[in-house]
Design a protein around this ligand. Structure first.
Ligand SMILES: [Zn+2]
Length: 341
């Protein structure tokens, strides 16, 4: 029996030490120390021993059991540590590897121009409005004095959603004038920037989608000189003191009288070049005194109130400001172009 115990001890210790993982170790624990284990089987034979032999053998058996349990615990800890180390190795991050560089963008030149315009008008007491790009023809045309049959309502000019030509992509930001008149208290000072849509071919100065900034003032005693004074002040803030402008008579259905404002060409200083098509001037906006019929349709008495409005193309303004010569560059989003601003 003494020999048996010594064998078990030697075998078990060697086996524990060589266990590959905790599952294997657990199987060994059952094999040696379990209820049907090898050590237990030896202890069951204690009854056959004589009374003199029993205490010494019992002590030896206890020593073997204690040695096995101790070795088992040590082997378990060793496996645990090895497993942890393997896991750490697997999850390790090598902080010396160079990271992927993230390209940080910046504001698009057109939105820089828009932010500047907003700042200028907000500084003058205007409110900035936002409005729908899908609009009723009623707001885009009828309420702006462009009734059925007006050439701008033509299918070849406008994107309609329905055969009745009732719902459309707005062709101008001017319907925002009507929304403002319907919802705001007088006096009104607003600008309304946003996208507009027309069936234009793409070239250096045209795009089927472009941006406008609408502006409108309605109050008592508002005159054409307020319009010119305000727009000249805005242009000077945008392009610098002394920027030369000119106002030409024009026609819009919703203003009377109407005009267009040009600024002197930034490329040639007025001499004439390809950018200004030899004119020396670049048209930046259309404007005028709000037609009395338009005020009346929105329930404003034209005998008491008057107002002016303008609509300017944002792209053309950004092109003037950043000296960009082709409109397409603004929409192509080529980072080699955009990085310059
Ligand atoms: Zn020019």
């Amino acid at each position: 029996m003494k020999e048996q115990l010594a064998n078990i001890r030697a075998q078990a210790l060697a086996a524990f030490d060589g266990a590959k993982d905790s599952a294997a170790l657990d199987a060994l624990r059952v094999q040696y120390l379990g209820k049907k284990g090898e050590l237990t089987a030896v202890l069951k034979q204690m009854g056959k021993l004589s009374a003199e032999e029993r205490p010494a053998m019992g002590q030896l058996a206890n020593e073997v059991r204690a040695a096995l349990e101790e070795a088992l615990e040590a082997a378990g800890k060793k496996l645990e540590a090895a497993a942890l180390e393997a896991k750490l190795k697997l999850e390790a991050v090598d902080v010396t590897i160079p990271g992927d560089s993230v390209a940080i963008g910046h504001k698009h030149p057109m939105y820089s121009a828009l932010d500047e315009i907003k700042d200028i008008f907000v500084g003058m007491g205007f409110t900035v409005l936002d409005g729908p790009e899908v609009e009723l023809a009623y707001y885009n045309f009828d309420r702006l004095n462009a009734e059925e049959g007006h050439p701008s309502r033509d299918w070849s000019d406008t994107f309609y959603f329905d055969a009745d030509s009732r719902v459309m992509l707005r062709s101008q930001t001017s319907p925002m004038q009507v929304h403002a008149m319907e919802t705001m208290e007088l006096p009104i000072r607003i600008i309304a920037p946003g996208r507009v849509y027309r069936k234009d071919e793409v070239d250096a100065t045209h795009s089927p989608m472009f941006h406008q900034v609408e502006g409108m003032v309605i109050d008592k005693n508002v005159t054409m000189s307020d319009l010119k004074g305000t727009l000249n002040a805005v242009v000077e803030q945008l392009f610098g003191k002394g920027t030369v402008t000119r106002f030409r008579p024009h026609h819009f259905p919703f203003t009377e009288p109407s005009c267009e404002m040009d600024v002197q060409c930034h490329k040639c200083g007025g001499k004439g070049c390809p950018t200004c098509k030899g004119e020396g001037w670049i048209e930046v906006l259309g404007a005028g005194m709000i037609h009395p019929k338009v005020l009346e349709m929105s329930g404003i008495d034209p005998e008491v109130y008057s107002g002016w409005a303008f609509g300017m193309g944002l792209e053309r303004l950004a092109m003037r400001q950043f000296k960009i010569t082709d409109l397409r560059l603004i929409f192509e989003n080529d980072t080699r172009f955009l990085e310059q601003f």
